[in-house]
Write a protein that binds this ligand. Sequence first.
Ligand code: FES
Length: 139
Amino acid sequence: MTAAEGELDPPRRVLCRGTDIAEAAGKGFVLGEGRRKREVFVVRKDGRIFGYVNSCPHAGTPLDWMPDRFFTNDGRFLICATHGALFEVEDGMCLRGPCRGLALEPVAVAEEGEEIWLLEPDEGFAPTPAGAAGATSGC
Ligand code: FES
């Protein structure tokens, strides 16, 4: 293997523009399709962004109670719409609720320039705003 072959960039795709996700707000996306379909979401807190699979560790349901609504009213925590579990935004740990001690599955994302990037394979499919699939809206 040459040095150039060992330095391949990791897979990455643009999910949306940074301005599409305001402070204490989020956005859901559907990646892939069929058996490889994954619903994920990206949220912003204190100017930083975080990504998670949109599946509660308690019962596997999506967290958002309305499209793209992942935060508690005070904007401090993520909340599951099904049974009200609260999660830390920064690491996805459940602080209160039936899945206390478990965590959301992280999704590698980054904000670079004016765009928010998915930094992991998405099986070759372009990200689809989750609203297009009837779940949550996208950008
Ligand atoms: S499914 Fe999320 S708290 Fe029960």
